[in-house]
Design a protein around this ligand. Structure first.
Ligand code: AMP
Ligand code: ZN
Length: 123
């Protein structure tokens, strides 16, 4: 995979390494500022993660300047859900923020879950 546009990356961050191409990733969808790929440990039939290419720790770390980026991430998540055939059945978008929410990877991401009845929260 070719190296992607280098913005602000943390060399110790697994998701940043996917953005730079250091860690191979099969993109489900990619734009200039977002990247979507399948979760390595899926919690539903369809489980995709969407990230900004720029390293931002969580939604709580986004600033006023990131308003467009947050919107773009959610917009792209709905596009990915549509492309993966999730619209008719419905789907869920989740972003864990911080320790109480169980955020493990400290690079902001949205989980897109669907393809089956989801029931209570899974991520
Ligand atoms: P969270 O608990 O919200 O931080 O979610 C982190 C998610 O990243 C989990 O669902 C993991 O399964 C997923 N994950 C961790 N490493 C990878 C990886 N290398 N490729 C794809 N998904 C990953
Ligand atoms: Zn990162």
């Amino acid at each position: 995979m070719t190296a992607r546009r280098n913005e602000t990356h943390d060399p110790d961050c697994i998701f940043c390494r996917m953005v730079t191409g250091e860690t191979p990733v099969e993109a489900v969808y990619e734009s200039t500022d977002t990247l979507f790929f399948r979760d390595i440990s899926p919690k539903a039939k369809v489980h995709v993660l969407g990230i900004p290419k720029r390293h931002i720790v969580s939604l709580a770390h986004m600033t006023d300047d990131d308003q467009l980026l947050i919107g773009k991430l959610i917009h792209d998540a709905t596009k990915v859900a549509r492309d993966l055939g999730l619209v008719a059945g419905g789907y869920r978008i989740i972003s864990n923020v911080g320790d109480d929410a169980g955020q493990v990877v400290k690079h902001v991401h949205f989980h897109v879950l669907g393809g089956e009845r989801l029931g209570p929260m899974r991520c």
